[in-house]
Design a protein around this ligand. Structure first.
Ligand code: GLU
Length: 171
């Protein structure tokens, strides 16, 4: 089973996220990652293997940010590797998502999104959901938080399967 942790507040987010992920290690996982939002965009760091691998990467390249999302993955679609690890970005690169569960009808949305010009980096079901939310966000006339919440609700009303997600957007 995977683990999901998100943080927003006044403190440095990344140490909090890594500490929280370490508390979820007992659940089992094959890879781990974080997406940090520091005002100038999203920074994704993810690694196949134990959490130590991600911690080592973060030690070399710490990201100062007060908001972020993080994940430990238990692969269901796509082999365990760095690319398939979460978080996944959307088409615009402005939205990142982590997902626990399985999207049963992801092939349907993958085909639709490919027709719209979307390209996918991973072989996960989860990346399709990130792109679907991004597609609805980008096509929305709404503003602010409502725009993102609406896009998430619309995408989740269409996908079939199981999901716990965390989403972060640069706007
Ligand atoms: N189905 C997703 C994947 O294979 C999420 C797996 C999980 O719950 O960790 O990436």
């Amino acid at each position: 089973m995977c683990g999901i942790v998100a943080y927003t507040g006044n403190r440095e987010a990344q140490p909090i996220l890594l500490d929280a992920l370490s508390r979820l290690e007992y659940r089992g996982y094959d890879s781990a990652g974080t997406a940090m939002q520091n005002g100038s965009g999203l920074r994704i760091q993810k690694k196949y293997g134990r959490l130590n691998e991600l911690s080592r990467l973060v030690q070399h390249e710490p990201v100062s940010a007060s908001a972020g999302i993080s994940h430990t993955r238990w692969a269901t679609h796509g082999e365990p590797n760095d690319t398939n690890a979460h978080p996944h970005l959307d088409h615009s690169g402005k939205l990142a998502m982590v997902h626990n569960g399985v999207i049963d009808n992801y092939q349907h949305f993958k085909a639709l999104l490919e027709k719209e010009g979307h390209q996918f980096k991973s072989s996960t079901d989860s990346e399709i959901l990130a792109h679907l939310i991004g597609e609805y966000y980008d096509g929305s006339a709404k503003h602010g938080e409502e725009r993102l919440v609406d896009a998430i609700k619309k995408a989740l009303s269409e996908v079939e399967g199981t999901y716990g997600i965390a989403v972060i957007h640069t706007e």
